[in-house]
Unconditional design. Structure first.
Length: 369
């Protein structure tokens, strides 16, 4: 029973993310975890933080050269990996890696002193000087390998890689799962003013490198911490756009929204248009609204208030997939809004397709005939 409990924990993050049949996911730990923790890679584009059974850790993301993907083994339908994926996902989402120095070996004590001096004096600085200092201090953010700007998908990429490995172990080319958004919507967008309620939270950025410390939860998808749903802030906040980056165009917001919609994530904005006095900044906020309206018309996003996203994500978390008469179906309250999707293995990558809706099924059968 103890071993079954360990295996269930190893698979928990992957199953919770995709809401796919548990019988098709079989990850297991390869060896015992070594003491200590640090950064390592899982493929060339995914930086992880935590323990491994190999004990290869780096002090900073930039120094993480050990790729544990080379130490994956498949035996039967079980995929053995040298780390606990659920623990690594939790470390990233909860920013536990921030205990380590992310400045590539720089003098963190000196950096803290500079930040402290800046925040003590910033209220007395003229706006142009304030902006210039912030840009000089944080200007190298996009060059950092982890978390990466403008959009960081480390958690999502890690889980996609693990799903691909589980599918290879079962020798299947596609696996059913409950699509991320209702009615088959491609992605989701919410616009808020730092609103938090008892059942959801919007205080965690996906990637943060323009405040007193760098960090972020490294995902563009909602996730639970206990019973609280985190709706990560995935878009650059307006105060950062205007004070740190170039605030006279929509280029950064448009680039972020394109990257997120292409990967079916959450566009989460924190904006304060009523506190933006400059005319160009106000024009940028107006341009943002026009941009979001255009994305909605084009079917790129589901525009919803945070409470509706909270309600949907909780319903999805309680849904399951069952097989009946040779077909997969979704069970649970709210299933009438859910769509059955398939994760398809294309080489080493995961792509997504939909099962036709009841209205579309006769047309699909006629086309197949």
């Amino acid at each position: 029973m103890l071993e079954l409990g360990k295996k269930a924990r190893l698979n928990a993050a992957l199953l919770d993310y995709f809401r796919c049949p548990g019988g098709l996911i079989d990850l297991a730990l390869r060896g015992d975890l070594c003491p200590g923790e640090g950064f390592f890679r899982f493929g060339p584009d995914v930086v992880c933080y935590g323990q491994s059974s190999l004990g290869y850790y780096a002090e900073t993301p930039e120094k993480a050269t050990c790729d544990l993907a080379y130490h994956v083994r498949i035996e039967g339908t079980t995929c053995y990996i040298p780390f606990d994926p659920t623990a690594v996902v939790e470390n990233l989402r909860r920013e536990r890696y921030l205990g380590r120095n992310l400045s590539d070996g720089g003098d963190e004590k000196q950096a803290r002193l500079v930040r402290k001096a800046y925040y003590r004096r910033r209220l007395h600085l003229d706006v142009p000087i304030h902006r210039r200092l912030r840009r000089l201090w944080w200007g190298g953010g996009e060059k950092k390998c982890f978390p990466s700007r403008p959009v960081d998908r480390t958690v999502d990429q890690l889980l996609e890689k693990l799903l691909a490995l589980a599918m290879k172990a079962h020798r299947i080319e596609k696996i059913p799962f409950i699509w991320f958004w209702p009615e088959g919507q491609k992605s989701c967008a919410i616009l808020a003013h730092e609103v938090e309620e008892s059942s959801y939270d919007m205080s965690v950025p996906s990637v943060e490198d323009v405040d007193s410390q760098r960090g972020g939860c490294c995902t563009i998808m909602p996730f639970f911490i206990g019973n609280v749903l985190e709706l990560p802030v995935t878009m650059t906040r307006d105060c950062e756009l205007f004070n740190t980056f170039s605030g006279d165009s929509l280029e950064l917001w448009q680039r972020e929204s394109r990257l997120i919609t292409e990967n079916h994530g959450l566009l989460s904005f924190i904006t304060h248009p009523d506190f933006v006095p400059e005319e160009r900044a106000r024009a940028t906020c107006a341009g943002l609204l026009a941009h979001l309206a255009r994305l909605r018309r084009q079917g790129e996003v589901w525009m919803a208030p945070p409470r509706d996203v909270n309600r949907w994500w909780r319903e999805r978390a309680r849904m399951t997939i069952a097989r009946e008469a040779g077909r997969w179906r979704i069970e649970g309250p709210g299933r009438e809004r859910a769509r059955l999707a398939y994760a398809c293995l294309t080489g080493d990558r995961i792509t997504y397709t939909f099962e036709p809706s009841p209205a579309e099924r006769p047309l699909a059968l006629a086309a197949a005939a």
